[in-house]
Design a protein around this ligand. Structure first.
Ligand code: C2E
Ligand code: CA
Ligand code: CA
Length: 461
């Protein structure tokens, strides 16, 4: 009887501490045991390594072949991991598609990386299922014990951050934790909070940067650019908050607001001026973009032909057919469709004829290379000539010097935008820019000054 009770207690203890499917330790017992080791390790200052492993293809396998196949794969991977590990290391199943391994003693950091590589090589081997081979993508994040990190939960969190870095960089395979990652994560979460605050308290606003006809300096319109000044955090740049908004899904709300606000502000401008709004790829995938555009135009009684939609190449990489339909619908409404940032990313010219673009915007890095890289002149001329043959208008952005103005005029680029011709300005300063350009148009040609470089007048002939 006593023996049965002891056995029962043992079985129960095992049940509580282990994952039922794989027999590996479960998360709570793993964290508990690693904590105990880390306390010891602190005494003899030996280094430990935590490796978090993610199996990327698992949801796909479970979704297409069923949960039982997913379970089979997880068990097979767990068995491989168990075979691989050394006697003193601990393995656990963290959740459905991730595992963790703790190696208590590692000589130097490189050893931890080697271990992570070995784990990936072991797990990535295809798994036989009936008459097929199931392939998986495996990534790993590595964090070392240190004087700052005293508990298993913190160490696991660090390995998770390193893993996220590996997952964010295609082909990276594994990532290695460094303290800057924690700072970057904290900053991202602060920026996300600031974005929520800004939406709730309505302190998001737009600036407007003018663009001009290159041949005669006439003002053609403005590009709307989002601005975020948080009461405590100060100015947060779009380069920082747009990716956070995209990752969190907030960009749909912000993008709809930017469309409505830009149309509202522009509805008070003279009727020959357009407003260009940047549209994030996420807005195309959300399915609400066309409704947001309709609402923005209708609320301000703003005509579609004065709205320009700026998109980057990354928009066309996913759900191509769906993106194409929406771009075509926007163009059919009469809006200009602009391919932004050309000269960065893939710079694939095939997009120009496969998608309904009406305008190409040459990135500022290209314009700036004009003065440093001789071959850029020829390239710019070719791109402009080719775009013109396709019936597209061309804007060059990042115009910062009179040399840029002269070169792009010579290449017959249609429009110019940049700090030289006009920096992004608040909605209330736009009226002054419009009036100034209007006055310039009235001025007799001989009085205009071509060499003046710090205002939009630098374009006037
Ligand atoms: P972008 O669409 O390429 O916008 C042009 C950026 O270049 C703006 O930066 C502008 O201030 C800057 N710029 C203009 N002229 C010059 C110049 O001569 N020299 C230099 N060095 N820079 C110049 P900003 O406002 O910081 O915006 C950065 C990016 O954030 C934008 O790049 C765009 O991708 C994104 N963004 C801004 N507003 C929105 C928005 O409302 N929606 C979305 N989805 N993205 C936005
Ligand atoms: Ca843009
Ligand atoms: Ca751009």
């Amino acid at each position: 009887m006593q023996a049965r009770i002891v056995q029962l207690e043992r079985d129960l203890a095992h049940l509580i501490r282990h994952d039922q499917l794989t027999g590996l330790m479960n998360r709570p017992s793993f964290v508990h045991d690693v904590d105990l080791i880390m306390k010891d390790a602190n005494h003899d200052t030996s280094k430990g390594a935590m490796i978090e492993v993610n199996i990327k293809g698992l949801p796909r396998i479970t979704g297409s072949l069923g949960r039982h196949v997913g379970d089979y794969v997880v068990s097979a991977l767990a068995a491989r991991l168990n075979l691989w590990r050394s006697a003193d290391s601990l393995c656990c199943r963290l959740d459905y598609w991730s595992f963790a391994v703790f190696i208590p003693k590692i000589g130097e950091p490189l050893e931890a990386l080697t271990a992570a590589k070995r784990i990936i090589e072991t797990l990535v081997q295809p798994i036989d299922w009936v008459d097929r081979k199931l392939t998986l993508e495996v990534s790993a994040g590595v964090a070392l014990t240190s004087n700052e990190e005293h508990d298993a939960a913190g160490l696991l969190q660090n390995a998770g951050l390193a893993l996220k870095m590996a997952l964010d960089r295609p082909g990276a395979g594994y990532g290695f934790y460094n303290p800057a990652m924690a700072q970057a994560t904290k900053r991202r979460s602060d920026v996300l909070t600031a974005l929520h605050d800004a939406i709730e308290n309505q302190y998001m606003h737009l600036h407007f940067q003018p663009f001009f006809k290159s041949s005669n300096g006439d003002l053609m319109g403005f590009e709307a650019l989002m601005r975020l000044t948080h009461p405590e955090m100060g100015v947060i740049t779009p380069g920082e908050f747009i990716p956070v908004a995209e990752e969190s899904g907030l960009i749909n709300k912000l993008g709809a607001w930017a469309l409505a606000e830009a149309c509202h502000v522009a509805s008070s401008w003279p009727s020959h001026l357009s407003v260009a709004v940047n549209i994030s790829p996420e807005q195309f995938y959300s399915g609400t973009l066309l409704t947001d555009v309709h609402n923005a135009l209708e609320l301000s009684s703003f005509p579609a032909y004065r709205l320009e939609a700026e998109v980057t190449e990354s928009t066309m990489l996913k759900d191509t057919e769906m993106v194409l339909q929406q771009l075509t619908a926007l163009r059919d409404m009469g809006s200009a469709i602009v391919l932004d940032d050309f000269g960065t990313g893939y710079s694939s010219l095939s997009y120009l004829w496969k998608f309904p673009f009406t305008k190409l915007k040459i990135d500022r890095s290209f314009v700036q290379a004009l003065e440093t890289t001789p071959m850029v002149r020829g390239m710019l001329q070719s791109i402009i000539g080719l775009s013109r043959n396709l019936g597209l208008k061309i804007t060059a952005e990042g115009i910062e010097t009179q040399g840029h103005v002269e070169a792009l005029r010579e290449f017959k680029c249609d429009f110019l935008q940049g700090y030289l011709t006009g920096r992004p300005a608040s909605a209330s300063d736009v009226a002054g820019i419009i009036l100034k350009n209007f006055a310039e148009q009235l001025r007799p040609p001989e009085k205009s000054n071509v060499t003046q470089i710090d205002t939009s007048l630098s374009l006037k002939r």
